[in-house]
Write a protein that binds this ligand. Structure first.
Ligand code: TRP
Length: 340
């Protein structure tokens, strides 16, 4: 086992879309808060090879990786304290993924959520029983093995993730445990999921959960004018301006609550009770958003205009992580008898 030191917390960010406000409130803000804990060393990485299960356009891939990295840096990730890197820059991950695959029963993958969801989709679409794997690539099928390697390669203790990823972290733990049992030694650290942002879902423009797949997102870093236009698209009801309004059933209010200060929230609640026109409610939301985002937006734009700076941060992060990754892989190779 490695010597006792600060807890290691690691999380991966799949670069499958331009970050939006839902990512900001649900993932980025809580993760950055966590990274501030002095008792924890945090590793945040961009899971570009995981995104390869769906992104098959080289320009899009390159762009998304930079957008995600620039977003986290603009939102305040300090790369001196939190190691930010790209999965594909750590070759040790992929070697470990193979080793773990050899300790992962195929049946475990059959039970993984993403795969089961695909099978169900095929079943619902009336596919024949012998073709329920239609559209399932080996990348999707073995996704949890690669994710286990991401986690285990840095001796992670804690993995902050959304609810949908708990199962993957448990599978990583099971694979590590199985390897340890096989060789009768504590070769690998057993990671634990830490559930983040349980009730944090932010509604989107149409009131459903804000999600890229619903096309209902508020973009994070667009010019103020565009942000205003997006805010104005939030769906409201047809109650007249002077009528008192119920904050609990207002999408505008629910988003406001996630970004404003307690005093601002109470003030707006009062205005809702008195009767407020939707135009004014949206203007209040836009103001708070713009005040919060204009600083980070400027940093983001500057970084995107100089992508070499983003790449430098990522390469530097990778170099730091590889020292740990090589040590962990060294323990594995020795344990399995591959090292001569
Ligand atoms: N599967 C995660 C997601 O879709 C991303 C991810 C990849 C990850 N590797 C990881 C998360 C390792 C935590 C730890 O969101």
């Amino acid at each position: 086992m490695p010597p006792a030191m600060a807890r290691v917390s690691l999380t991966g960010i799949k670069p499958t879309g331009t970050p939006h406000l839902g990512n900001f409130t649900g993932a980025i803000t809580p993760a950055l808060k966590l990274a501030d804990d002095p008792g924890t060393s945090s590793y945040y990485f961009i899971a570009d090879y995981h995104a390869l299960t769906t992104i098959h356009d080289q320009t899009e891939m390159r762009q998304l990786v930079r957008e995600v990295a620039a977003t986290w840096l603009a939102c305040g990730l300090d790369p001196e304290k939190t190691v930010l890197y790209c999965q594909s820059d750590i070759p040790e991950v992929f070697e470990l993924a193979w080793v773990l695959a050899c300790f992962c029963p195929k049946g475990w993958m059959n039970k993984a959520h993403a795969y089961k969801a695909m099978v169900q989709k095929n079943r619902d679409a009336g596919q024949d029983a012998d073709d329920l794997d239609a559209g399932v690539g080996m990348g999707l099928y073995t996704y949890p093995v690669l994710m286990a390697a991401d986690i285990i390669i840095v001796d992670a203790d804690l993995v902050p993730v959304g609810k949908d990823q708990i199962q993957h972290v448990e599978l990583a733990r099971d694979m590590a445990q199985r390897l340890n049992n096989t060789y009768g030694a504590d070769v690998l650290k057993l990671p634990e999921a830490m559930v983040q942002g349980q009730d944090e879902t932010l509604p989107g423009l149409d009131g459903r959960k804000m999600s890229k797949s619903y096309g209902n997102t508020l973009p994070l870093f667009v010019p103020a004018k565009k942000l205003k236009k997006a805010v104005n698209q939030i769906v409201t009801d047809s109650t007249p301006p002077e009528a008192p309004k119920d904050p609990a059933s207002s999408t505008v209010f629910k988003i406001y609550e996630k970004v404003a200060t307690p005093a601002q929230i109470e003030e707006l609640r009062g205005r809702y009770a008195e009767g407020i026109g939707w135009g004014h409610a949206k203007a209040a939301l836009f103001e708070v958003l713009d005040a919060q985002l204009s600083g980070p937006r400027a940093v983001y734009e500057e970084l995107m205009a100089h992508p070499e700076r983003i790449d430098e941060v990522l390469h530097d992060g990778a170099a730091r992580v590889r020292t740990t990754a090589q040590a962990v892989l060294g323990r594995v190779r020795e344990a399995i008898g591959i090292q001569r």
